[in-house]
Design a protein around this ligand. Structure first.
Ligand code: SAM
Ligand code: SF4
Length: 334
C-alpha cells in the first residue's frame, strides 16, 4: 500500500462514502423539495469511473466503503459496481462494503448484495405508520420497504434502521419503533435533522427534535448504558438493559465529533467533500478524466485531504439555523 491518507490534524482517512446518484424514488420532506431538479446524467461519473476512483482510495488505505445517494439502488447497473467493489473484499484490502438505502429496492437486490459480501445495510425508516410514511417520503410506500427489510434479513444481512427524529411526526413512535427493532433484531439509530439544502416550504426549526430530549424520554422506560463503541463518526451508542438492544444517536448539531473524524465523501459528479458540514470541496472528476495514470488522481486526492477542515459549524442556537450548507444531503450522501 502507498503512504496512507493523513489529514492536517493527524486523522487517518479510512472510510469513504460515495454517492452514486443524486436521484431518488422518494422525496422525503427533510431531504428534498417535491420538485427537485436533478443533475443531467452526463455530469455523473460512469460506473467505471466510480470503480477507478474508489479503487484508488482503497489503494490509499480506505478500508470501509459505504455506497449511498440519492437512492443508490435506483442507479442503473449498480449491481455491476457492487460486484466490482467486491473484489477488494476478496483481496482483503477492504474490510467492509456497505450501503445506506431507503429500502424500496431491497426486495429485488438483497440476496445479490449478500452474495457479493455485503454483511450490513442501513435502512432509513422514520415511522411504522402507513399514512405517516407516505406523508414523510411523499412518494414512498411502507409495505414495499418492510418487504425489502424482510428480504434483507432473510438474506442474512444485519440491518440498522436509521430514523430521523421529527418533532410532531414520529416523537409518539419512540417506543413503538424501539420495540419493533428489538423484536426484529435490528439496531436502531436516531438522527437529528441537519440544515442541508432547500426543502421548499418545510421549516427545519419546526422539524427539529433534539436527541437530548429523545434520550431522556427513552430513559423513562429503559435503563441506558453508554457504550464505548465509536465509529469515527457522530454516532454515540447505548444499550437498553431490558432488551439488550443497541440504540445510536447521531447528533452532529449538539455534539462535537470532529476530532475523531476518519471519513470523506464523494458525490456522484466526483467532488470530494472532506467535511459534511462545510461547503469546501475539491473536484476529482477533472483529474480522473485528465489521464489514465492514477498518479494524477492520487495527487488530487492527497491535495484534497490536505484541506480537510478541523470541524463543522452547524448550530441551531436561537431561532436561526447557523452554519447551514446549501447542498442537499442527497448530493453528498448521508
Ligand atoms: N436514500 C438513502 C436513504 O434514505 O437511506 C440514502 C441517502 S439519504 C440522503 C441518507 C440518510 O440521510 C437517510 O438516513 C436520511 O434519513 C438522512 N437525511 C437526509 N436528509 C437529512 C437531513 N436534512 N438531516 C438529517 N438526516 C437527513
Ligand atoms: Fe431519497 Fe434518502 Fe433523501 Fe429520502 S432521505 S429523499 S430516500 S435520498
Amino acid at each position: 500500500m502507498n503512504t496512507p491518507l493523513i489529514d492536517p490534524f493527524q486523522r487517518r482517512i479510512s472510510y469513504l462514502r460515495v454517492s452514486v446518484t443524486d436521484r431518488c424514488d422518494f422525496r422525503c420532506v427533510y431531504c428534498m423539495s417535491e420538485q427537485m431538479t436533478f443533475l443531467p446524467k452526463k455530469h455523473l461519473l460512469t460506473l467505471e469511473e466510480l470503480d477507478r476512483l474508489c479503487s484508488t482510495f482503497v489503494g490509499l488505505g480506505v478500508e470501509k466503503l459505504r455506497i449511498t445517494g440519492g437512492e443508490p439502488l435506483v442507479r442503473k447497473g449498480i449491481m455491476t459496481f457492487f460486484a466490482a467493489m467486491a473484489r477488494h473484499l476478496q483481496s482483503g484490502a477492504l474490510k467492509e462494503l456497505t450501503l445506506t438505502t431507503n429500502g424500496s429496492q431491497l426486495d429485488r437486490y438483497a440476496a445479490d448484495l449478500a452474495g457479493m459480501g455485503v454483511r450490513r445495510v442501513n435502512v432509513s425508516l422514520d415511522t411504522l405508520d402507513d399514512a405517516k410514511f407516505t406523508a414523510i417520503t411523499r412518494w414512498g410506500r411502507l409495505p414495499q420497504v418492510l418487504k425489502g427489510i424482510d428480504a434483507a434479513r432473510a438474506a442474512g444481512l444485519r440491518i440498522k434502521i436509521n430514523a430521523v427524529a421529527l418533532k410532531g411526526v414520529n416523537d409518539d413512535e419512540l417506543f413503538r419503533l424501539t420495540e419493533w427493532c428489538a423484536d426484529q433484531g435490528h439496531d436502531l439509530t436516531w438522527i437529528e435533522v441537519m440544515p442541508m439544502g432547500d426543502i421548499g416550504n418545510e421549516d427545519r426549526l419546526d422539524q427539529f427534535w433534539s436527541l437530548r430530549d429523545l434520550r431522556a424520554r427513552l430513559a423513562e422506560r429503559y435503563t441506558l448504558t453508554d457504550l464505548a463503541e465509536r465509529s469515527g463518526g457522530p454516532a454515540r451508542y447505548v444499550r437498553l438493559e431490558e432488551t439488550g438492544q443497541k440504540v445510536g444517536f447521531i447528533t452532529p448539531l449538539t455534539h462535537n465529533f470532529c476530532e475523531s473524524c476518519n471519513r470523506v465523501r464523494i458525490t456522484c459528479t466526483g467532488e470530494i467533500f472532506t467535511c459534511l458540514g462545510q461547503e469546501g470541496h475539491s473536484d476529482l472528476r477533472a483529474p480522473l478524466r485528465a489521464s489514465d495514470d492514477d498518479v494524477v488522481l492520487e495527487a488530487a486526492i492527497r491535495a484534497a485531504i490536505g484541506l480537510k477542515p478541523k470541524g463543522h459549524d452547524f448550530d441551531y442556537a436561537r431561532q436561526d439555523v447557523a452554519g447551514r450548507v446549501s447542498r442537499h444531503m442527497s448530493h453528498t450522501g448521508g
